[in-house]
Write a protein that binds this ligand. Structure first.
Ligand SMILES: *Cc1c(COP(=O)(O)O)cnc(C)c1O
Length: 418
């Protein structure tokens, strides 16, 4: 029975609903499952994706009403998850067919639906800062969901025009603020709200960031899909805050037949450097074309450490790893289009290139394609020389007016805005 505990205090215990409501454990730890039930792979693998996902999430949320878990899962994961051949030895698991065209839809949609199922009398405020993908996924997931308001902060002029259209045109219960500052300013302002106990209670603040347990558990489902379609493959994960790969480690420990997981980063190589033997050294992030992975101090690394009992040698046995330069991203995108006619996005390109590098003779590989190439229009066009076609869900929003309001980059202006 997976009671939830804290990375910083093994004596702390919480039910899933408590962990989901708190988001962070007391003292700043991250919630982790105290034990992981081994699942029956022979029974699960032949099942269709959504039916299997219901079973997996019911086992991880075994203190929640199974009907609630089933409804939340079916309503959250209502889009396809295709496995697409790229070369004879490598497939892409495309995680970008949800409403905002990136894998964050899995976690954000399940989070919204399970919190809605838990109910509560009063309206709650989902407050988040974004550098692009997270804000879109969270805004869409909670859009028009009764009982919730959403406020998203983003740095003015520093997200792509198409990204802005994607979530700043929704309206209704979603409000967006273009902050006159950086992404770090936005995060600081959001954190100031969460640090204020009075504000937290007054607005029923809900955090939707990447350390949230509901996002974590939902992301285990597609690792099972990869394993069902290609048993014993080596699975490469484009990583930034390392929430995604944590879910992969959990799926593998629960019995998903995955030969190895590959941690793939862009030039922000904090974790690969550590796995190479350097001391763990979080640092400032550097800008890359795979910008959703521009993280120098990954917030989920604490969870990975806990999952491996802080044993670097154990990590080195269970994981493979690598980092890719900006030039490497462009080369991979161009070459994969030229030779295989498969159009990568910059994040998938990181995973594909590193996967090819670490794959040994006789092995099969799967990489997670985390975003649709049209989300990174400018980079992709500059690299392959043509404009990827824009899916209708995104194209439809391109002509709508941006509803964002301006906001000064300080906590007080946010306090009065919400
Ligand atoms: C957020 C994101 C990542 C990184 O995922 P983490 O869970 O933070 O490691 C990779 N690719 C895309 C497209 C993303 O939006």
């Amino acid at each position: 029975m997976p009671v939830w505990t804290s990375t910083r205090d093994p004596r702390h215990h919480a039910t899933f609903a408590e962990a989901a409501a708190r988001s962070m454990a007391p003292g700043g730890g991250l919630y982790v499952p105290a034990s992981l039930p081994r699942l029956d792979a022979d029974a699960l693998l032949p099942m269709p994706f959504v039916d299997r996902s219901v079973r997996i999430l019911q086992s991880l949320l075994d203190d929640v009403d199974p009907d609630q878990v089933e409804q939340a899962t079916r309503s959250a994961l209502d889009f396809p998850v295709p496995l697409v051949r790229v070369t004879d030895r490598i497939d892409a698991l495309e995680l970008f067919h949800g409403p905002t065209l990136a894998f964050k839809d899995f976690g954000a949609r399940f989070l919204a639906r399970i919190l809605a199922a838990f109910g509560g009398e009063r309206e709650r405020l989902v407050l988040t800062a974004t550098s692009g993908d997270t804000g879109a996924a969270v805004a869409h997931a909670f859009w028009r969901l009764p009982g919730f308001r959403v406020v998203v902060l983003y740095p003015k002029g520093r997200i792509s025009p198409l990204q802005e259209k994607q979530f700043c045109t929704l309206g209704d219960n979603v409000r967006t603020y273009a902050v006159d500052g950086s992404f770090d300013d936005c995060q600081m302002m959001v954190k100031a709200c969460f640090d204020d106990a009075e504000l937290r209670a007054k607005h029923g603040l809900v955090s939707a960031n990447s350390i949230h347990v509901a996002r974590l558990v939902a992301q285990t489902t597609y690792y099972w899909e990869a394993a069902a379609r290609r048993p014993d493959a080596v699975v490469a994960v484009p990583s930034g805050n390392f929430g995604n790969v944590c879910a992969g480690i959990i799926a593998r420990r629960q019995g998903a037949p995955i030969k190895n997981l590959v941690v793939a980063t862009n030039a922000n190589s904090t974790v690969p450097d550590y796995l190479d033997g350097a001391p763990y050294a979080p640092r400032e992030s550097v800008t890359t074309p795979a910008n959703a992975m521009d993280v120098g101090a990954p917030s989920n690394f604490e969870r990975i450490r806990w999952l491996f009992a802080d044993d670097r040698d154990a990590m080195r046995r269970e994981l493979r790893w690598g980092s890719l330069s900006n030039e490497g991203i462009a080369t991979e995108l161009r070459a994969t289009w030229a030779t295989e006619r498969y159009l990568l996005d910059p994040h998938g390109a990181v995973a594909a290139a590193i996967l090819r590098h670490v794959l040994e003779d006789g092995e099969h590989g799967v990489f997670l394609a985390t975003a649709h190439p049209a989300k990174f229009l400018e980079v992709v066009e500059a690299t392959v020389g043509f404009r990827p076609s824009i899916p209708t869900s995104l194209a439809e929003r391109a002509d709508l007016p941006v509803l964002s309001e301006p906001l000064a980059a300080n906590a007080r202006s946010l306090f009065s805005a919400i």
